[in-house]
Design a protein around this ligand. Structure first.
Ligand code: CUO
Length: 674
């Protein structure tokens, strides 16, 4: 797959092309181009003639030098048509697929091409296990300070290829703002490359498409709710670690947005800087002929009202006017909203419209010929504080539903696990103190050469800083006097106190609990100890899956052989736990051993290459979501009987106070080349 994703000018592998494959700009010099780039190619890839050239009339409407947004309906149509072209190549005819890709690649917008091809490769049966290059490497401009690219050119020009791994370009930790802006205190979370890659990948696995085959996945709407709910919970935990209050939801759509954001990113596609947003800008009606968007604030207010009515009634209206009981899955699809929405005419396009209105706040009528801002791009929108205000609003809708009569609180029978008693829990990261976890800064290298479009690139490393922690173990003591032979272990974490340093009411704390892990384990009779490693978390993918990194002492030449797990969906391991504070911040660790009879999903094991990595946030490819309970169980809905977490506990649950201490020191990733 690699050459299909690399920009023109790449010299590791070259397609032998005929004139059909080139855009009209280059058709007269096509064969010269082919031989020029072929001069020092490591591999020549002959192509078949394209049997049925795809109709690119829709996809080619997007300028090749423009940005691409999944939130813009017209762009979604273009992506659909291109995805369908790739999906339409007959199964197991990989040479035809390759020829089709090469035929399409230089004719359409590169980002549209990358998205449509990635979706198709992930969903075609014959390409499911193919490697998709890391998106941060293909489009580094979405992740790295724009200043770095000038430096990259210099490095590529001046430093011989063999020495480049010794001279990484250092990206400072604080490149978008200073602490004068208090929101900048959590920029390390918003701008984390791994977090943004996870979000981009999630939307790739759960694409917007009119092709039901790609969209209609088990509990998709509920997962849209849950994965984004956990993002907000994690953001709020991180805010408390930095002495900031929980994020305020964006509720009055006509009020100014207090947060500003200046991304310092350039789009290499459009050769323009991503537009910034000043403080206190307001949503305005959007009317941009160029993007075929006409959208008013009243439109989105109507969507909101209709959805709020459905939540209060506990009923949704079908297109034929009949009513049906609302479920969380239905609500997720209705809010997001794609083709699975029960009634798009009635419930509209609430979530996507919010992204659009936020993304065009700086140029709603295109008078300044500006492109959309980063809220319009799933690979970078988590960098902007307004993302969290918007998704806090979206989450509030779901929480209202979860608190409504349509969702009865859990009874003891659902929470308890007969005969199973948790007698103690602890965590240890090998340090001298039990129940104390440690965080720090780490510097890691990423090779961004794949996304640079000048030739003779070799490796160009970027060294960036990110949070990390000492890996740790959970120890759970259990006494089993019942008949249970297996159990699902559910592990969550929440700050012990709120922003005023007061203990939580459960009603507030339940939405602060972040999932750390969920796994099924056998139970014996009597007393036993379950030990589990933090790096096996069901929400995370390992560091090597987030980034393809060079291994120590590895040379540029062997880099290509590093296994890159194509299943890039998953929270980055290095962000598993919140930062804590230098003084040590109190948290509560919650463990539940639930009744497996009520949890289990019987299905054949996955054969996909990524198996069930990160299944809590990403599901499992081509399988049912591997847990029968509501996502977020047991905290997905309020309790009517318990006011505090202690009152909520049944014998199969336990809570332990722990501390997370942050040390302001930077260590090198041991995988960085020396
Ligand atoms: Cu993931 Cu709003 O859904 O960005």
């Amino acid at each position: 797959s690699e050459p299909l994703f690399t920009p023109k000018g790449e010299n590791n592998a070259v397609f032998v092309v005929t004139q059909d494959y080139l855009t009209s700009d280059y058709e007269n010099i096509g064969l010269q181009l082919s031989s020029r780039f072929g001069e020092d190619a490591s591999e020549l890839i002959p192509l078949k003639e394209v049997q049925n050239p795809p109709d690119l009339s829709v996809a080619m409407e997007l300028d090749r030098k423009s940005e691409f947004s999944l939130f813009i309906p017209k762009h979604r149509d273009m992506a659909n048509s291109l995805i369908n072209s790739f999906m339409g190549v007959p199964q197991d005819q990989l040479q035809d697929l390759l020829a089709t890709c090469a035929f399409v690649r230089d004719k359409v917008n590169p980002q549209l091409y990358n998205y449509a091809l990635s979706v198709a490769l992930l969903h075609r049966n014959d390409t499911k296990d193919i490697r998709i290059p890391n998106f941060a490497e293909t489009f580094p401009s979405k992740f790295v300070d724009s200043k770095a690219f000038q430096q990259a050119r210099e490095v590529a020009k001046i430093i011989p290829k063999t020495d480049r791994t010794r001279t990484p370009i250092i990206i400072p930790k604080d490149f978008t703002a200073t602490d004068l802006d208090e929101e900048h205190r959590i920029a390390y979370f918003r701008e984390d490359i791994g977090i943004n890659l996870h979000h981009w990948h999630w939307h790739l696995v759960y694409p917007f498409s009119t092709n039901r085959e790609l969209v209609d996945k088990d509990r998709r709407g509920e997962l849209f709710f849950y994965m984004h709910q956990q993002i907000i919970a994690r953001y709020n935990c991180e805010r408390l670690c930095n002495f900031l209050p929980r994020v305020k939801r964006f509720s009055n759509f006509r009020e100014p947005i207090p947060e500003a954001y200046f991304p310092k990113l350039d789009s290499l596609t459009s050769s323009r800087a991503w537009p910034p947003r000043r403080a206190n800008m307001k949503w305005q009606d959007v009317n941009r002929e160029v993007d075929s968007i006409k959208m008013t604030i009243t439109d989105i207010e109507n969507d909101r009202k209709n959805i709020e009515d459905a939540i209060s009634l506990g009923l949704a209206e079908r297109p034929d006017g009949t009513m049906t009981p609302l479920t969380i899955d239905m609500l997720g699809n209705m809010v997001e909203a794609g083709i699975l929405s029960i009634n798009r005419a009635k419930y509209g396009d609430l979530h996507n419209r919010g992204h659009i209105l936020a993304a065009y706040v700086h140029d709603p009528d295109h008078r300044f010929l500006e492109l959309f801002a980063i809220m319009g791009d799933t690979a970078i929108n988590m960098r902007d504080p307004v993302f969290y205000r918007w998704h806090a609003f979206i989450d509030d809708l779901f929480q209202r539903f979860k608190s409504s009569p349509a969702v009865p609180p859990y009874g003891r029978g659902e929470l308890n696990n007969p005969g199973v008693m948790v007698t103690g829990i602890s965590v240890s990261d090998g340090g001298s103190q039990l129940n104390k976890l440690n965080t720090f800064w780490m510097q890691s290298d990423v090779d961004m050469s794949r996304g640079l479009d000048f030739s003779d690139r070799g490796t160009v490393l970027v060294r960036f800083s990110h949070l990390n922690h000492q890996p740790f173990n959970y120890m759970i003591n259990v006494n089993n006097t019942g008949a249970a032979e297996r159990t699902t272990v559910r592990i969550f974490l929440s700050p012990k106190n709120d922003e005023r340093n007061l203990p939580w009411q459960l009603a507030d704390q339940r939405v602060m609990f972040i999932e750390l892990d969920r796994f099924v384990t056998p139970l014996q009779k009597g007393a036993q100890k379950i030990t589990h490693r933090s790096d096996q978390s069901s929400i995370c993918i390992p560091f090597e899956s987030t980034f393809r990194t060079l291994k120590r002492n590895q040379t540029d030449e062997t880099n290509e052989n590093v296994a890159f797990n194509f299943c890039g969906c998953g929270w980055p391991q290095h962000m598993l736990i919140p930062k804590g504070t230098p003084q040590g911040m109190p948290f509560q660790l919650f463990v539940m051993l639930s009744n497996y009879e009520l949890d289990k999903i019987e299905q054949p094991p996955s054969t996909a290459q990524c198996q069930d990595d990160a299944s809590s946030f990403c599901g499992i490819k081509d399988r049912l979501y591997p847990d029968r309970r509501a996502m977020g169980f047991p905290f997905d809905r309020p309790s009517t009987s318990a006011a505090t977490i202690d009152e909520f506990l049944t014998p199969n649950m336990a809570v332990q106070d722990i501390t997370i201490q942050f040390s302001d020191m930077t260590v090198q990733n041991p995988r960085n080349p020396q």
